[in-house]
Design a protein. Structure first.
Length: 405
């Protein structure tokens, strides 16, 4: 990198965004110019927080030879997503300093500066020390124990700690630091501060997903939910069994299902058809305790694309050997709940009255009361959620199918 360009970049990190044809919003410019050591970013979805943080990471790599930047997120997929944004910015600048290592999770420049992206597990990050910039993505989902274990990495280097997220209820270190008196620069960016998010989009999100979800994901509020998780589930239950199937299935309709593994807790499977209008018809269920997996493998239909609990690796392999097509579902509870809720509210989920266990669970599955939150946290009570988990694994992996010819 020539001296003139290096000086320009050192003085104005917004050049990294401009190289990507992004005109920074005022808050993005202020964040890029901030020199605060501890930063908490509570920013709405789609406001550009990840792109801005990626620019901060790249700026450190390019202007501080020998620096170590570490990106940690609850999952490998999430940490790699931010890593890809850094790489996109690096290429947009024309790779001003050549790399000596460049792969899916590590970038090392000729100056000795390194960027490493890791999933949030102690065994993957404890070997790192002397971190100059530590980035915690999806920080409200990073466990408290992990947060405590990464902070010592900054002790000798006096490095920066930057945590970005939307809220995840009134729990965990992110919430405690947000309301506490620690030495953080706290940056709150609701959707109203992003000119690219329209009011009619938020109105539709509110209609489809509910005000509590919008308050959390777009207004940046630490919403504490309570009551039934699916209070409108009965809207999805058809009045009679004859109406609970596409009468003339389109040739591109898919037979799909979801599975939640269990022994003492019930094994639960739900399945049906995703039709050409993107309506999911749940027509059948299997709900049994203390039943061998081989029995389930023999009973479940083989022409269904199943989406199963991703933690049940052994069980999925056994069902594959029995001839079932199994994919991993997504285990993000809040995201899955939002997707199921959206289908209920838009009329794209139809449930046969024969699925008595699925319907019964929906009438019991609830968030904790205020008195229960201190002990149980913000997630729904871990009961009456087996057939519903199977449905969530299924819905989390469905592609939208609205554009058939």
């Amino acid at each position: 990198m020539n001296p003139r360009r290096a000086l320009a970049l050192l003085c104005d990190p917004t050049l990294i965004l401009r190289a990507q044809d992004i005109t920074p919003d005022p808050w993005q410019r202020d964040l890029l110019l901030s020199r605060e050591r501890f930063l908490l970013l509570n920013c709405a979805r789609q406001t550009g927080k990840s792109t801005t943080v990626a620019a901060i990471a790249l700026h450190r790599l390019l202007t501080d030879p020998g620096s170590l930047v570490l990106v940690v997120a609850p999952s490998e997929r999430q940490s790699h997503e931010l890593f890809r944004k850094v790489m996109h910015a690096y290429r947009a600048l024309g790779q001003p300093i050549p790399s000596v290592i460049s792969n899916q999770h590590e970038l090392e420049l000729k100056t000795g500066s390194r960027l490493v992206a890791l999933p949030g597990r102690e065994e993957t990050i404890r070997s790192f020390s002397g971190v100059d910039l530590l980035i915690l993505d999806e920080a409200s989902r990073v466990p408290d124990d992990l947060y405590r274990s990464v902070r010592p990495m900054l002790a000798v280097s006096q490095g920066r700690l930057l945590a970005l997220s939307t809220p995840f209820g009134q729990r965990g270190w992110f919430y405690e630091e947000w309301i506490g008196a620690g030495p953080w620069q706290r940056i709150h960016i609701p959707w109203t501060q992003c000119p690219r998010i329209a009011a009619d989009f938020i109105a539709e999100e509110t209609r489809a997903l509910g005000q509590a979800w919008v308050d959390q994901e777009y207004n940046g509020l630490f919403t504490a939910m309570e009551g039934l998780v699916y209070p409108e589930f009965d809207l999805a239950v058809v009045k009679n069994d004859e109406s609970c199937s596409p009468l003339a299935p389109h040739s591109s309709s898919l037979k799909v299902g979801g599975i939640d593994y269990g022994w003492r807790n019930p094994f639960a499977a739900v399945w049906g058809v995703l039709d050409h209008d993107d309506v999911l018809w749940i027509t059948n269920e299997r709900y049994l305790r203390e039943t061998p997996l081989s029995d389930h493998g023999a009973a479940l239909p083989k022409d269904v694309m199943w989406h199963a609990d991703p933690a049940g690796h052994t069980e999925s392999e056994e069902l594959r050997r029995a001839g079932l097509k199994i994919r991993n579902g997504e285990n993000s509870i809040r995201h899955g709940i939002a997707l199921v809720t959206e289908r209920i509210r838009t009329g794209r989920l139809k449930v046969s009255p024969r699925c008595v266990n699925l319907i019964g669970e929906a009438r019991l599955y609830r968030y904790p009361t205020p008195a229960e939150r201190d002990q149980l946290g913000e997630n729904p009570i871990d009961a009456h959620n087996h057939a519903l988990a199977a449905l969530r694994y299924l819905v989390s992996r469905l592609l939208v199918r609205r554009s058939f010819s």
